[in-house]
Write a new protein. Sequence first.
Length: 297
Amino acid sequence: MCDGAILRAKLHAEFPDTTIEPYSWGYRNGYAIRFAPRHHALEGQLLVGEDGADERGARPSSHAPESLQLAIPNSDGTPDYHGWPDQYGFLPTSSAEFNPVGGPGDDLCVPDPSNPPSMCTSASLAKILSEDAPIQPVLAFPPQEITSPLAIDVPDSSFTGIDFVPSSFVRAPVRPGAALYSLEGDFGFSASNGTPETGHEIKLINFSAPGKPFELEISRFAHNDVFDQAFVNPAHVHGFNRPTNVRMGPDGCAWVVDYGAVRDFGQAGADSKFVGAANGPLVQIPGTGVIFRICPK
């Protein structure tokens, strides 16, 4: 099996499992996939929302973007390649932009909550900065030509779902052929990605019309008022926490699955931080999962 790949199979074959083969590869985490519909600028092609690297583990990476990729197999039917593990977005991993800055998820971090923003002891932080930067390539050279992304989104926003809207959903700011995509949000491995933070929301992609020069435009579409998990604000507990998928329903509305609030490392804000071993990081909070329905007026 080809890891970091999108696979395909012939479902009507007598033994479909024997027909599995790579369709496109070189992804860290190709989480959201959707084929473009008929009469679209990307008709029949596969959009892939890829989650970028985090500051955690043995190869901690800071500021690695999320990517909107277009999977296009080569003319001979072999899979195209999208750069993982040695390219983040449009840049090589050795770029200084991706150097770790120290975080609680780094393997070399010795926890010290009193030493923000890294929350590591000074000695272990120095070790991270000296041993893990720059981020060295894993491969001696790319196995084939790298297909760069169509666009990138903010680091640690976490691409989770994508779908194209029907004509009945079209009204400003949504244009014909548009797509919606969900961002799950960060888990506190790094400091906040901005003010306001990006993530915990639905975004809109407007594409140029078929036959026109290809362009896309990305904007915020639906979000809560804290730009973080909604549970941190007692006055607005019904907003997005972790939207993990978006699909257009037969009623012409967008349905958003939100699996609920999660205790995380809390680098972006103390309200979401875990407290104590029994309430550790990445623990889901029961009863906070929601299905949202977004309809045009």
